[in-house]
Write a new protein. Structure first.
Length: 191
């Protein structure tokens, strides 16, 4: 669940229902991405639930190191991200750890992945009736600040309960580790 490949997100400690919904969307062609579509096309619904439970049971990736201090005349991007995150807190939690079923935790995402995902919502490449209008109103600077803010928060496992059998999901998730890592934390910032 901790990815080592560029462009692949960490999925360790994400909420099981969120992982399940994303894999199902790949399976059904709602999120076109050939590598993921190919990776899940042979998994049954039961296997999707088990894989989701497996990754949800893992510890999250460690937080990224804090950047060097910005010049005095420029606003602090982390504080700007914290301010902008207030609009996201209702679904994704104050520090990016969600308690809302169906919403992913944002803590620990690499800023580049976060910005790319948000831009995909803006463009409609990732379809979500809630996220598209919200993402469309966020400036590029705020997206970068949000990504940095979430990346620097202390990673914790979401408190929401996951369904499925994590032990059974571990075996079914072996095909996911190439991109998302054995422990659900991608090493590639874009993943």
């Amino acid at each position: 669940g901790i990815s080592t490949a560029k462009g692949i997100p960490h999925i360790a400690a994400q909420r099981g229902p969120y992982i399940y919904l994303q894999m199902r969307d790949y399976l059904q062609g709602k999120r076109p991405q050939s590598a993921m579509t190919g990776a899940v096309k042979f998994l049954s619904d039961d296997a999707l639930v088990k894989v989701s439970a497996y990754y949800a049971s893992m510890d999250p990736p460690r937080a990224a190191a804090a950047p060097a201090k910005a010049a005095a005349q420029r606003p602090d991007p982390v504080q700007a991200g914290r301010a902008a995150a207030g609009a996201c807190a209702g679904c994704h939690g104050d520090a990016g750890v969600t308690e809302t079923p169906g919403s992913p935790s944002l803590v620990g995402f690499d800023p580049k992945y976060f910005v790319a995902a948000m831009n995909a919502y803006k463009s409609g490449q990732r379809r979500n009736d809630v996220m598209k209008p919200l993402a469309s109103g966020v400036s590029d600077a705020d997206l970068n600040n949000l990504g940095l803010f979430y990346a620097l928060q202390k990673p914790v496992r979401a408190a929401t309960k996951s369904t499925g059998d994590a032990a059974a999901g571990k075996a079914a998730a072996s095909g996911c580790s190439g991109c998302h890592g054995d422990k659900g934390v991608a090493s590639d910032p874009a993943t």
